[in-house]
Design a protein around this ligand. Structure first.
Ligand SMILES: NC(=O)c1ccc[n+]([C@@H]2O[C@H](COP(=O)([O-])OP(=O)(O)OC[C@H]3O[C@@H](n4cnc5c(N)ncnc54)[C@H](O)[C@@H]3O)[C@@H](O)[C@H]2O)c1
Ligand SMILES: [Zn+2]
Ligand SMILES: [Zn+2]
Length: 363
């Protein structure tokens, strides 16, 4: 079958929206999804800086939502034709961490999601001339009119919901909210500071407010700080003098939890200095330079760890976030601006310039 997709042909050039060819029906355990809306995550754009590890040409996109149009049957046959689904990250389903309900730490996470997907011979997805496209970024490659995905990555949702807006619940919003609700398991009486009030940071702020957590948000952009304040956080400009001291004052001696979405070593050091004894810092962004910690930053039981996909089991956290949204307590739709698929390069420019928090493409 032929359909339109946004193809990244080289790391330097814009996406090209072109016809691609899917040369197979869904196999057992797979479903074909007609994409209604698909979010753009910073991790899609980071492929440009992947130094060749994520192969091109490829179809990116890993925050898809759509309608199942065909299934291959099999163990996850609970998903059927006509179902509305939100797509999330891929995992093998049988390694130790998958069996332990920690699919974000699947042994095969990097190879399945980031560095090429399952290799296929002959290729099932090609461009119009028959040249292979790297298959299934995050198990979905959803910057396209259709995506062939493992059924285990598809979470069924109520057809009455605005499906075109739900895709980012599969990664960016899941990550920020999951860090607060799963990793930190934060609740009333807890304190949190978020560094970087973008898609991940603001979803952490929203989830923290919903959970009754006192939250401070730090960013360089006034508009991002204004959003954080609207969602319940105390805003602090990144350039404020003696930021850790200000945060300690606002959080009664230091935050119990900190979330860094910037990957900046100086920011990470500030985050650690803003923590109270036993406080924990979570990192979500990939570091591009070595991280040197200032002496004393980890003293007195402080800890630091990486958080992947909000420690989520998508089939559990996505319905929970939808429930919070329906109750008016997780207003993620306010972060979204929609673009046609053909507007993908404009969406990337707007994202880079900080003009939009979460672009969603409508194929
Ligand atoms: N671990 C995971 O599972 C996971 C999931 C999704 C995204 N990510 C990664 O998380 C990161 C954040 O993603 P996002 O979508 O929220 O990006 P974003 O661009 O929407 O947000 C980043 C924010 O950080 C702010 N910022 C940058 N440098 C700063 C500094 N020095 N001080 C204060 N604020 C600063 C920016 O102004 C921006 O608002 C990306 O690197 C992305 O690849 C990781
Ligand atoms: Zn696994
Ligand atoms: Zn993502």
């Amino acid at each position: 079958m032929r359909f339109q997709a946004a193809v990244l042909r080289s790391y330097e050039n814009p996406f090209t929206v072109e016809e691609v060819v899917l040369r197979a029906e869904p196999a057992v355990g797979e479903v074909l999804v007609e994409i209604t809306g698909t979010g753009m995550c910073r991790t899609d754009l980071a492929v440009r800086r992947s130094a060749g590890r994520s192969p091109v040409p490829t179809i990116l996109g890993h925050e898809g939502a759509g309608v199942v149009v065909q299934t291959g049957g099999g163990p996850d046959a609970a998903i059927g034709v006509g179902d509305h689904v939100v797509l999330s990250f891929d995992s093998c389903g049988h390694c130790r961490n998958c069996r332990g309900a920690a699919p974000a730490y699947c042994d095969s996470f990097a190879s399945l999601n980031l560095f090429g997907g399952r290799r296929e011979e002959p290729p099932r997805l090609t461009d119009a001339t028959g040249k292979a496209l790297a298959p299934r970024w995050f198990g979905q490659s959803s910057f396209a009119e259709y995506a062939l995905v493992p059924a285990r990555n598809a979470v069924r949702v109520d057809p009455a919901l605005p499906l075109e807006l739900l895709g980012p619940l599969g990664c960016g919003f899941l990550t920020g909210a999951g860090a607060v609700l799963n990793t930190f398991s934060a609740g009333p009486g807890d304190t949190l500071v978020v560094f970087g009030a973008g898609a991940v940071g603001l979803s952490a702020v929203m989830a923290a407010t919903a959970a009754g957590v006192l939250t401070v948000a730090v960013d360089q952009h006034q508009e991002r700080l204004a959003s954080a304040e609207r969602f319940g956080a105390t805003p602090l400009p990144a350039a404020s003098p003696d930021l850790p001291e200000q945060i300690r004052r606002l959080t009664d001696g230091g935050a119990q939890y900190a979330l860094d979405t910037t990957a900046s070593p100086p920011v990470i050091n500030k985050a650690l200095r803003a923590l109270r004894p036993t406080g924990s810092l979570g990192l979500v962004a990939r570091l591009h330079t070595p991280l040197a910690l200032e002496p004393g930053t980890l003293d007195r039981g402080r800890s630091i760890r990486h958080i992947c996909e909000g420690d989520a089991v998508p089939g559990v956290l996505i319905p929970r976030l939808i429930g919070l949204w329906q109750a008016g307590r997780f207003p993620f739709d306010q972060l979204i601006r929609t673009y046609p698929l053909a507007g993908i390069n404009e969406a990337e420019r707007d994202c880079d310039a900080g003009r939009v928090v979460k672009p969603v493409l409508l194929p």
